[in-house]
Design a binder for this molecule. Structure first.
Ligand code: 5GP
Length: 191
């Protein structure tokens, strides 16, 4: 998606540890016009596919997941990282290793919101080593639902997550794939 690549080039900054900062348009401050374009692009890519639900992980996936779900006309569900008092009853849970924080944490979703036979589209802001998305796939499998595909706004192609998901035979649509940023210059590749 050209608009995504342009924003990364114009506003992205490279932090130590291979972290790409996109806080001015996708993370902390979110460009609502870009968000709408993301929703429209994903609806176009998955046109004709039956999708019952969009599934993401808090917190940075929520706005993106909502924008896509609005275009598709389906609910958005997010996996939680904290078991707050308003979550009761049975949950599906798994452990995810955080790329940005370097720790393992539990993520879970209420059994009420992910149901057997549902066709689910996974969405997240970044795909790096793939742990977050593989955790969401695990939750979908526990619910005996089906992963229709995965959307990553930004895939860091020099980390292994995207290839691992493709090798599983899961459809992955990355709106921008950063192939390299090791020398301070951000380069892209196509799917
Ligand atoms: P993974 O689980 O694929 O290793 O990492 C994906 C998760 O880590 C995403 O949910 C995202 O929030 C975070 N993440 C990974 N790499 C980056 C990055 O370069 N920049 C930002 N802002 N977040 C990242």
């Amino acid at each position: 998606m050209k608009a995504m690549e342009e924003r990364i080039l114009n506003e992205g900054s490279i932090l130590p540890g291979g972290v790409l900062k996109v806080g001015s348009f996708l993370n902390q401050q979110i460009d609502s016009k870009l968000l709408k374009e993301i929703g429209e692009e994903v609806a176009r890519l998955f046109e004709g596919e039956e999708i019952n639900k969009v599934f993401t992980i808090e917190s940075s996936g929520i706005a993106i997941g909502t924008a896509i779900a609005m275009e598709l006309g389906v609910p958005m569900v997010f996996a939680k990282k904290h078991k707050t008092s308003n979550v009761d009853g049975y949950v599906y849970s798994t452990v995810v290793h955080s790329f940005t924080h370097g720790i393992d944490y539990d993520v879970f979703v209420s059994c009420d919101y992910l149901c057997e036979g549902e066709k689910v589209l996974i969405v997240d802001d970044f795909l790096a080593n793939g742990n977050a998305i593989l955790g969401l796939i695990d939750l979908i499998e526990q619910a005996e639902a089906e992963t229709v595909g995965v959307v990553a706004c930004i895939e860091k192609g020099f980390q292994g997550g995207g290839d691992e998901i493709r090798n599983k035979g899961i459809r992955l649509e990355s709106l921008a794939i950063v192939s390299d940023m090791s020398d301070g210059e951000i380069k892209f590749r196509k799917q």
